[in-house]
Design a protein around this ligand. Structure first.
Ligand code: CTP
Length: 470
């Protein structure tokens, strides 16, 4: 096969390689995606040269001219620069050997073939020549093109060596299988299961990068099933692995919460690309195993799993080195509130309950509704239809109440200063008591959400508490 990528950067590299008499190849993800006819998602171009990578990077940058800044990573013997919206990285071909307890290889120069041998998967070991002897020739020693055609993830060498060298590749295998819709070849899959424990030498940050890429796929469940099947999931996200299984007592079983969770995750992914909404879907039932009880006569209950689940979110985010900012708070909020719209549907839908939900969910109300609809995974079409109709009713009510009362972004209509001023009292707990009584009155629909009504209510409440307005 012959292809010469048509971006100008490749012409420049070819020209410089010819002049400096250095062999140069495009390798890795760019080649894979180019052959598959897809855009490289990270916009990375990897160039391998038989010789000095950083020297080649400098020569190519000089040839392009303009103000291109080359960054050299001395410890890795690599160098990169930005060109248009690509990160172009240069590395000298190498042989690597890894030690038992680290992902850091010791490196010695090698041939193109040595370099291809040390790569993770056949589909990532393809190289395109930029040399004038064979421009555009695809060098494919391990049948990577065939594997792309058949949708197969396979290591070029013995998978035990590939994964033991760099255990992060086990996560990458799952990520590529999920993102590309490929299958992991049996020998490679069995090797992941054998080597799963070595994931312990990989940093949480790197594991999480892969987890997030799995989460971002069209059908993230594929990745989680593979992680569970290979024994990686109990090591990286034991809480989700523990959702697996069913128990039977007195002829009463409960659903398998692992499979249910994956269905909810896929449902959410179908409706939204938002990574954090997907995390909320993955974690929504995370506390079910910890709250599970069998109540004779009733069956299985998971009381309070939404509250405990919300409490678990910060711990899980911290361990995975996910951000502990607003994103975490959003996930925690959605997990904590995920039963509320369903409860609304089951009880009579009162305005006050709707107002309270709007107040607590704030601007995340639409995402919460989306999560709750994703949570309907019953196989019983009648039940599903009934739930959907009820949700449509709740949505309508939410809109009506929001238009009328605007409590989604609730701001107290009477401020503390005004209370202090009105009764001539010093700042203190009494101010808080009156403020919160006003908020409750608005949420319960006792008074409308406006300043005059709130002020009248404040006077009344103050009098009840023995205060006299000035
Ligand atoms: N590579 C590897 N082992 C790793 C990481 C990377 O062998 N643990 C090799 C692969 O040949 C890979 C190339 O380095 O194709 C570039 O790595 P990276 O940019 O991380 O991945 P891509 O394959 O480019 O895929 P994507 O851009 O989708 O992440």
């Amino acid at each position: 096969m012959k292809i010469f990528p048509d971006d100008r950067i490749f012409e420049v590299v070819a020209k410089v390689a010819d002049r400096e008499q250095v062999e140069a190849y495009v390798i890795g993800g760019y080649v894979r995606d180019h052959i598959m006819g897809r855009e490289n998602p990270d916009r990375d171009i990897d160039i391998v040269v038989i010789g000095d990578g950083p020297a080649m990077a400098r020569a190519v940058a000089r040839e392009i001219g303009r103000d291109i800044r080359v960054t050299v990573f001395r410890t890795f013997g690599t160098a990169m620069f930005r060109y248009r919206d690509y990160d172009v990285e240069f590395v000298g071909a190498r042989k690597e050997s890894y030690s038992e307890d680290s992902r850091k290889p010791s490196v010695i120069p090698g041939t193109l073939e040595d370099d291809q041998n040390r790569r993770d998967f056949t589909i990532n070991a393809l190289a395109i020549s930029l040399n004038k002897e064979n421009p555009g020739e695809v060098l494919d020693p391990f049948g990577g093109i065939e594997d792309i055609r058949n949708g197969i993830i396979r290591t070029p060498l013995d998978p035990d060596a590939t994964f033991s060298d760099d255990p992060l590749r086990m996560m990458r295998a799952v990520r590529f299988a999920t993102g590309l819709g490929f299958r992991i070849e049996e020998g490679t899959l069995a090797s992941i299961a054998r080597n799963a424990k070595r994931i312990s030498i990989v940093s949480s940050e790197r594991i999480t990068v892969e987890l997030n890429k799995i989460m971002a796929a069209a059908t993230p469940s594929t990745g989680f099933l593979l992680l569970e099947q290979t024994g990686l999931l109990p090591l990286i996200l034991p809480e989700i692995s523990k959702l697996s299984g069913v128990e039977d007592k007195d002829g009463k079983g409960h659903k398998d919460n692992f499979h249910h969770t994956l269905k909810v995750l896929d449902n959410a992914a179908e409706k939204s690309d938002d990574l954090w909404l997907r995390w909320a879907a993955l974690l929504h039932d995370v506390a079910k195993p910890l709250t599970k009880k069998f109540v004779p006569g009733t069956g299985w209950t998971f009381h309070g799993h939404e509250f405990l689940g919300a409490k678990m979110v910060p711990e899980i985010f911290k361990r995975l080195k996910l951000p502990l900012n607003d994103r975490m708070k959003y996930v925690r909020k959605l997990v904590g509130l995920h039963l509320r719209p369903i409860a609304l549907v089951q009880d009579e839908v009162t305005d006050s309950a709707i107002r309270r939900l709007l107040f607590e969910a704030g601007d995340d109300i639409d995402d919460l509704m989306l999560l709750c609809e994703a949570d309907i995974t019953s196989g019983n079409m009648m039940k599903v239809r009934k739930h959907r109709e009820n949700f449509a009713l709740v949505r309508r009510k939410l809109r009506e109440i929001e238009e009328k009362d605007a409590v989604r972004t609730f701001q107290p209509p009477v401020h503390g200063d005004e209370i202090i001023e009105a009764f001539g009292i010093p700042p203190g707990p009494m101010v808080g008591v009156i403020k919160s009584a006003i908020k409750e009155a608005i949420l319960d629909g006792v008074i409308p959400n406006d300043h005059q009504a709130a002020r009248d209510f404040m006077i009344k409440k103050g009098r009840e508490l023995g205060l006299e307005p000035r």
